[in-house]
Structures are given as C-alpha cells and as structure tokens.
Design a protein around this ligand. Structure first.
Ligand code: HEC
Length: 180
C-alpha cells in the first residue's frame, strides 16, 4: 500500500489546471527525470550572442512507459526550463547557466484533445494553451522524431523509440520559425 501511495506521489504527473483552464507549472518538476540541456537551440539560424540552455524534464511515470514501449502515454508532461548562460568563469569557452528566462510545457492529455503547448512566463504560475497560429505544433509535427517530441535530442530515449519503430529520422533539421 505504501509503495502504491509513493508511486502516486512521485510517478504520475497530476496535471493541474486553473478554473480558467490554464495549465499550472508543476512545483516539483525539477525533481523529475532529466532528459537533456539543449544549448542555443533557438528557432532560427541567426547567430546567438548569449545562447540559452533549455533543460528538459519529464514526469517519471511517462518516462517509465516510454522506455518500455517507445511511446508516450496519456498524461505525459514535458517541461523545459530555459535559462540564460554566461561564460569566462572556469575558462574562456565554457558556458554555465544563470537566470530563468521562461518555461515551456508540452502536455499529452486526452481530456484536452491530446497534446497542448504552453509558454509560462517567469512571473506566472500557469498559462493558456498556445493557439495553432503560434507555430509550436507546426515545427514539432514537421521536425520532431517521435510523436511531436524531439526525441532525437534526448539521447537516453532514442533507442526505445527506434526499437518500437516510433522514430523518424529527420536528418539535419533547419529550425526556422514560421514567419508571422
Ligand atoms: C522552429 C521549431 C520549433 C518551434 C516553433 C517550437 N519548438 Fe519546441 N522544441 C523545438 C526543439 C528543437 C526542441 C528540442 C529541445 C531543445 O530545445 O533543446 C523543442 C522542445 C520543446 C519542448 C520539450 C519537449 C518536446 O516536445 O520535445 C517543449 C515543452 C517545447 N518545445 C515547447 C514549445 C512551445 C510551447 C512552442 C510554441 C510557443 C514551441 N515549442 C515551438 C523546436 C521548436
């Protein structure tokens, strides 16, 4: 019984929405499994002066299912914490993370029609779903390797996705933000 309770507490994301239907940033996501830190993964090919890190986390239960089956279950919550970076500390080229820029969430919830995208400002605790016109889905659907998620950039997931035949090799992807 105890183990069941602990699993419920740490394993499955309990997705919370406000009354107005905004997704609430989970308070404990930093203790979730960590997938990767992209550096300077901006959505354009312009040179970046001060590249940001995007730290990607996923809820434990979804990761366990993914590693077994190579696909994301309902109630998968992926969070990116984007942080500014700085350099010239330990050496000239090494970069380290500094202030939070914002968070993004990609949430699979059948009660909301499948995947939704959220941008949570650092001054906010929740956010409305992004409209299709924001371009999140367009880029993810076109370029991401597995079910609109960028598994090609999460090295610990690639094998499970490939084993399940749920991996699309998109080669060198040029990440251009669709023009507004
Ligand atoms: C032009 C392409 C592009 C657009 C537009 C885009 N993304 Fe992404 N997204 C990426 C890439 C590449 C990654 C891989 C992780 C990284 O940045 O290191 C990613 C990863 C993510 C992740 C981590 C989970 C996953 O699905 O892999 C979230 C959350 C996310 N994006 C949210 C958003 C939201 C919200 C928007 C719209 C406001 C958006 N993205 C628009 C390219 C894009």
């Amino acid at each position: 019984m105890l183990s069941v309770l602990m699993f419920a507490a740490t394993g499955s994301a309990q997705i919370q929405y406000t009354k107005a239907g905004e997704f609430v940033l989970p308070k404990d996501f930093r203790s979730w499994p960590f997938l990767s830190s992209g550096l300077g993964m901006t959505y354009s090919n312009n040179p970046v002066q001060n590249p940001r890190f995007s730290n990607v986390f996923v809820n434990t239960k979804a990761l366990q299912v993914f590693l077994r089956k190579g696909e994301w279950p309902d109630k998968t919550v992926l969070i990116t914490e984007d942080r500014a970076s700085s350099t010239h500390a330990s050496n000239r080229d090494g970069r380290f993370q500094t202030d939070i820029a914002f968070w993004e969430a990609h949430v699979k919830d059948s009660s909301r029609g499948g995947w939704s995208y959220y941008v949570i400002l650092k001054t906010a605790a929740s956010a409305k779903p992004q409209p299709v016109s924001a371009g999140c889905l367009a880029c993810h659907a076109k370029n991401a390797a597995t079910d609109t998620t960028f598994v090609q950039f999460y090295p610990t997931l690639i094998e499970a996705a490939k084993r399940a035949g749920n991996y699309r090799d998109s080669g060198d992807v040029i990440m251009e933000q669709p023009s507004k």
